[in-house]
Design a protein around this ligand. Structure first.
Ligand SMILES: O=c1ccn([C@@H]2O[C@H](COP(=O)(O)OP(=O)(O)O[C@H]3O[C@H](CO)[C@@H](O)[C@H](O)[C@H]3O)[C@@H](O)[C@H]2O)c(=O)[nH]1
Ligand SMILES: [Mn+2]
Length: 634
């Protein structure tokens, strides 16, 4: 495993270790027992079918076969889960700070009204303040909304950062997202804290006022250069149709913080768009950033983040280096994925929004197989994985960058060129290169394609969450199914949509039937195992219960709607689209949420199947009881 390196000492000091959780063998044994029970059940159905073929017996066989298949796919997660640990303190034996690879961070935003610019600014500030050599750090913001408001917000952020970064460094602040830091009411308050807080509040109010009024006050624009940036928003400029806008807001080696230390690069990018050309949503935005960053910094390591996610641990890139710089590491390692962990979830997680299975349990189970899927955010990639399979020797060309300023006319010209909406026409972007197109879940699809090429990944799940995303309230959890299958793990995600089918079958069988007890075993066994899994990952009973409820609701609503939507799209009946989730917090709604109240306020067709099923269950319960008590009479 880990270790190896420059000095003799490093031979015995591992950079990382991995272990099998204790309960794995119990899970394996249980899987065998459970498999036998399923086989017995299918055999029973089969016999029944030979005896008398009715529609009901056929349906039973079909339903249980689907269930059995779902069960089998879910077992892949349980066979060899992995718990990893890294040792940042051993990194010094392997590499000097000056040998660390450069890191380009990509942050995506798409709509200033659904994704408040101040929250994107917080995302950026939290990573700009990473404990990483500043001259090796660059942050690129992709604005698919093509909004002056976002650019304006980032101009303020660039100025605030010159105070925030040295403040964090000097006082060794752990919480480097300003909003989270000031909200947490830090116990140790430093002398400059009040002043910094005031600066932050001023910036926040300015940005929020601008978003509300739609007017950008020129009083807060400091330089002629900044003012000129807005000239590009001409009359015909819309979010769907405009030329590329790239603005370097901070340049490493030129811009300094208030202590005289250099700042990291901060670049605003709004790729060119045309209503006549597909823009391929987030995957398209990320690919534009891949190319723009290549003309400026071309860092060998890339981190992608969504606008609702912030860094919660400044040492995260060092954790990643424990894998990337390990000389004995598999050269096929493509990316290191961190879980999505939500903050501000109410105590019992009433909507089951935490999605522990998807973001924590499953990636842990996939880790040693070929690695976890890419979760769309919180993934550190090697740049080269986007340009070929592991056997190809990709050379990261750095010489064209030379010592030229990223603000030089030459570099800006090539950056604008590669961000143009026509650049990808007739190219391999999205098919062989970059993030892959053709699926709305570009994350899962891209990692699936990369793993097909032979790349691998690692799941890094430190105790202190590396990143925290905001939970979108009332988000219909529509899962769009991708049309390719990848081993059992990917099968599992594909048939998630079928989950809606299975819940009702159990209720049809009579207690008098001895096979009923097999059902009881299968049913309770699965639930108990799921429950134990949940508790082992730190959940509570109440959370688990709410999760089960949410799973039922999603099966009937999001998953089945998603499956229908996918079908319509595949047949070309409905168009392909992506709705950006709104991250705007409604005070009233969030108050109700924190009190644990269910929200039924939003009108949605999703409630139709839900209400129907509830009524049907309500009605069939007394009827079922009535008929079974009648049938017991001689
Ligand atoms: O045309 C677009 C659409 C979206 N986005 C960005 O994509 C991110 C994710 O969008 P969001 O509306 O938050 O979607 P979610 O459903 O919450 O996203 C989940 O699912 C997506 C698709 O699988 C993943 O990309 C995300 O990382 C994952 O959090 C956001 O930062 C958006 O700004 C763009 O940049 N351009
Ligand atoms: Mn999101």
């Amino acid at each position: 495993m880990g270790g190896g390196g420059l000095t003799d000492q490093s031979q015995c000091l591992p950079l990382h270790t991995r272990a099998l959780p204790h309960h794995t063998s119990a899970n394996r044994v249980f899987a065998v027992v459970y498999l036998c029970a399923i086989l017995a059940l299918l055999y029973h159905h089969f016999l029944a079918l030979l005896h008398t073929t009715t529609v009901v017996s056929l349906l039973f066989l079909l339903a249980d076969a689907v269930l059995a298949f779902m069960w089998a796919t879910a077992q892949a997660f349980r066979m060899c889960p992995t718990q990893r640990q890294v040792f940042i303190e051993h990194l010094q034996h392997v590499a000097k700070e000056s040998d660390y690879p450069a890191l380009d961070v990509f942050i995506c935003t798409a709509d200033p009204y659904k994704e408040p610019p101040i929250s994107v600014v917080n995302t950026a500030l939290s990573v700009m303040a990473y404990d990483y050599p500043t001259e090796k750090l660059s942050v690129y913001v992709s604005d698919d909304g093509g909004s002056q408001l976002t650019l304006f917000a980032f101009m303020g952020a660039a100025r605030f950062a010159t105070h925030w970064l040295p403040y964090c460094r000097k006082n060794k602040i752990l919480e480097r997202c300003p909003e989270a830091y000031f909200e947490s009411n830090p116990s140790s308050w430093f002398p400059e804290a009040d002043q910094i807080k005031l600066m932050y509040e001023n910036m926040r109010v300015r940005v929020e006022t601008a978003v509300k009024s739609g007017i950008i006050s020129h009083d807060y624009i400091n330089s002629k250069q900044e003012l000129e940036a807005f000239i590009r928003w001409t009359d015909g400029f819309t979010s769907q149709n405009h030329p590329a806008v790239i603005q370097v807001l901070l340049e490493c080696g030129k811009d300094e913080d208030v202590m005289g230390h250099t700042m990291p690069n901060l670049v605003y990018v709004s790729r060119g768009k045309s209503i006549n050309l597909p823009h391929n949503f987030k995957a398209g935005a990320l690919n534009a950033l891949l190319r723009v960053s290549a003309t400026m910094t071309n860092a060998p390591v890339i981190l992608t983040l969504d606008s609702d996610m912030y860094s919660n641990d400044p040492q995260t890139p060092l954790r990643v280096l424990c894998y990337l710089l390990d000389p004995s590491m598999d050269p096929k390692l493509a990316y290191v994925q961190f879980p999505q962990i939500f903050y501000a979830i109410n105590k019992n997680d009433i909507y089951g929004g935490e999605a522990r299975h998807v973001f924590q349990t499953h990636p842990t189970g996939m880790d040693v197989l070929k690695g976890p899927i890419y979760l769309g955010t919180g993934g550190f990639f090697r740049r080269k994985v986007f340009f070929g399979d592991p056997s190809e020797t990709f050379e990261l060309k750095q010489d064209h960058l030379g010592s030229k300023s990223i603000k030089s006319r030459e570099i800006l010209a090539s950056a604008h060129h590669v961000a143009d909406c026509n650049f990808e026409s007739q190219s391999q972007w999205g098919t062989k290169m970059g993030f892959r197109y053709g699926s709305l879940v570009e994350d899962m699809y891209t990692s699936y394609m990369l793993q097909c090429e032979g790349w691998k990944s690692i799941f890094c799940h430190p105790k202190r969450p590396a990143f925290l995303p905001q939970l979108a309230l009332l988000k219909p959890a529509i899962i769009n199914l991708v049309s390719f299958l990848w081993g059992m793990n990917y099968y599992y995600f594909h048939i998630l949509g079928l989950g809606s089918l299975h819940n009702s079958w159990f209720r049809i069988l009579h207690v008098s039937n001895p096979w009923f007890f097999l059902y009881v075993f299968l049913f309770l066994g699965a639930f108990t195992q799921d429950y134990l899994d949940f508790i082992l990952f730190g959940g509570t009973t109440q959370n688990w219960w709410n999760n089960q409820r949410a799973w039922m609701i999603r099966g009937l609503t999001g998953f089945s709607f998603g499956s229908v939507e996918y079908l319509l799209k595949s047949l070309g009946i409905s168009p392909y689209g992506f709705n950006v989730t709104s991250k705007v917090v409604d005070e009233e709604q969030s108050k109700r949420y924190n009190q644990g109240e269910f929200e039924f306020g939003a009108p949605s067709p999703l409630f139709l199947p839900l209400a129907t099923a509830a009524i049907l269950n309500l009605v069939s319960f007394p009827i079922g009881n009535h008929t079974s008590s009648q049938s017991k009479k001689p």
